[in-house]
Structure formats: structure tokens, C-alpha cells
Design a protein around this ligand. Structure first.
Ligand SMILES: Cc1ncc(C[n+]2csc(CCOP(=O)(O)OP(=O)(O)O)c2C)c(N)n1
Ligand SMILES: [Mg+2]
Length: 288
């Protein structure tokens, strides 16, 4: 039996292996936040399958050569969910898994929000919400329409509360106009944001219709089913006439019963005792 606390993984199309990776990412998130004593658990826990599908199945990338010119790129737009990105990068081999324990420490490469160049594999600096889609669309436009590069894809994840930002909709128009078939976006549709339910703070109502009206190809999936996410990415890649938006319905705090569906866990770390309880639940929760 390998030591799961430090195990790294290669790309795979095996469901059981993908589910196992998602569970380990959740365990990493809980440990990191409890050790740091600050940070955001709900969003990252809900996004474990999205990052698993990307880094361990869909993305063409090489952890030994982060700047590989033929790689796909991923921009994490909702930068406060950094722990899920850091765990995926470490588990893929970009840096030692043991370094996850330095989250949010003074001088650490793993700050509360990701910084490009600070850590191998991080493609963009984020934290201020609303910029990732503009960055991804610009990158995809240059690849597709200026450099005429085939077979490289650009991905981004935004939070559902994040799409309240006006800049998102400028990028949505741009990507629709230029038919960016090499661009695949995700909305982490977890129905919470910092102060409450999305539908109370700023109703998004029919998210799918909004993106379709901006000339996007839209898919809606169970974002906590890693196979459904992998399949949606494949469908999105096959559509070359438009950018694809995958509306990923996720459970905030997924896998930790006392955190699920509760917006108060948006930005509150677990105590040591709560972390222990959370790790027990993750092991016994049947997620993998
Ligand atoms: C431009 C900007 N405004 C406000 C914030 C503060 N902020 C951080 S996370 C967040 C909530 C965003 O909601 P969502 O994207 O749904 O995140 P979730 O609660 O689901 O993790 C806010 C308002 C920010 N980071 N950037
Ligand atoms: Mg949200």
C-alpha cells in the first residue's frame, strides 16, 4: 500500500483512480486549511472533481516541464479557491506534496491566492474576481486566430458569485464573437457566495440561457461526478464553432457533511477537531 498522504499520480481514464485522486485532494484541502488557520474550504471542496478531471485526464501538460510550449493552459479565475489548485499541482508532481503544509505562511510559495511565477504550474495571478475569462479568452484568441495553433486548449474556472462581475460579460461577448472553439470555461455552480445564496445576493436564474445568448455552446453537468466532467470536456473540445461553457453543479463543502450547502464555510477554516471529523467523513463517505 502506497502512502496516500504523499502519493502523486499521472493522467488516467480510470474512474476509480480519478475518484481516489479527488478524495485525496479533499483531504489535502482540509489539512492545509486547518494548519494555516485561515482560508476558504467550501468552494475548493466542491471543485475537487473539476481539478481532477483537468489535471489527471484532460489537460495536455508536463509537470517536469511547466513551460512546455505545446501545453494546454488553465487559469483559475476564482483565486480564493487556491488550495484545490495547489493540491492538484502537487499531486500531479509540480512540487512536493509536503509543501502543501506551508499554505499562507510568510514567505511560502503557496499564498492565499495564486501567483504566476511563484509556483511551477500556476499560469495566472488571481484573487480579484472577474479577470480569468478575459485572460483565457485573450490567450485562446491569439492561439486560434492569430498564431493558428491547432490542438492546444485553454481552460478557466469561475465561481458562480464571481460572474456578478461585469468584466466577465465583456469577455463572454469577445469569445462568442471570435468563435473561440479552443476555449472551455467552467462555472462552479454551488449556489453560494461570500454573504449568502447566489439567488438572494444577485439572482443568476437561468445561467445556461445567459451564456447561450452570448453565442456559447453550453453544457450542464453534475460537477461532483468526475466521469460526467471528463465527458463534458470531451464534448466541448469537439465543438470548434464556439467556446464551451460547462455549468458544473457542485455541492459547496462536498464530502464534509457539516460544511455542505452552508455559505458560512465560504471563508472559515476548520479547527483541529473539526478537521479530524472532516477527514473521518472523507474516508468513510463513499466518495472513493
Ligand atoms: C473584485 C473582487 N470583489 C470581491 C472579492 C471578495 N470575494 C472573494 S470570494 C467572493 C465570493 C465569490 O463567490 P463565488 O465565486 O461563488 O465563490 P464561493 O463562495 O462559491 O467559493 C468575494 C465577494 C474579490 N476577491 N474580488
Ligand atoms: Mg459560489
Amino acid at each position: 500500500m502506497t502512502d496516500e498522504t504523499t502519493a502523486t499520480f499521472s493522467r488516467t481514464d480510470d474512474d476509480a483512480e480519478l475518484r481516489r485522486i479527488a478524495r485525496l485532494i479533499r483531504e489535502d484541502i482540509v489539512r492545509m486549511l486547518a494548519t494555516a488557520g485561515s482560508g476558504h474550504p467550501a468552494g475548493p471542496l466542491g471543485m475537487a472533481e473539476l481539478l481532477t478531471a483537468l489535471y489527471f485526464n484532460a489537460l495536455r501538460h508536463d509537470p517536469a516541464d511547466p513551460a512546455w510550449p505545446d501545453r494546454d493552459v488553465f487559469f483559475l479565475s476564482n483565486g480564493h479557491t487556491a488550495p484545490v489548485l495547489y493540491s492538484a499541482l502537487a499531486r500531479a508532481g509540480y512540487f512536493p506534496v509536503s509543501e502543501l503544509a506551508t499554505l499562507r505562511r510568510l514567505g511560502s510559495r503557496l499564498q492565499g491566492h495564486p501567483e504566476r511565477h511563484a509556483l511551477p504550474g500556476v499560469e495566472s495571478t488571481s484573487g480579484p474576481l472577474g479577470s480569468g475569462l478575459s485572460q483565457a479568452a485573450g490567450y485562446a484568441h491569439v492561439l486560434q486566430n492569430i498564431d493558428h495553433v491547432k490542438n492546444r486548449f485553454v481552460y478557466t474556472i469561475m465561481g458562480d458569485g464571481e460572474i456578478d462581475e461585469g468584466n466577465v460579460w465583456e469577455a463572454a461577448m469577445f469569445a462568442g464573437k471570435y468563435r473561440l472553439g479552443n476555449l472551455i470555461g467552467f462555472i462552479d455552480r454551488n449556489n453560494i457566495q461570500i454573504d449568502g445564496a447566489t439567488e438572494d445576493v444577485m439572482p443568476l436564474t437561468n445561467v445556461r440561457a445567459k451564456w447561450e445568448s452570448f453565442d456559447w455552446h453550453v453544457l450542464e453537468v453534475d460537477g461532483n461526478n468526475v466521469r460526467a466532467v471528463v465527458d463534458a470536456i470531451r464534448l466541448g473540445k469537439a465543438v470548434s464553432w464556439a467556446p464551451t461553457m460547462i455549468v458544473a453543479n457542485t455541492v459547496p463543502g462536498k464530502g464534509v457533511p457539516f460544511m455542505e450547502y452552508d455559505h458560512r464555510w465560504h471563508g472559515t477554516p476548520p479547527s483541529a477537531a473539526q478537521a479530524e471529523q472532516a477527514l473521518e467523513a472523507l474516508k468513510g463517505g463513499g466518495l472513493a
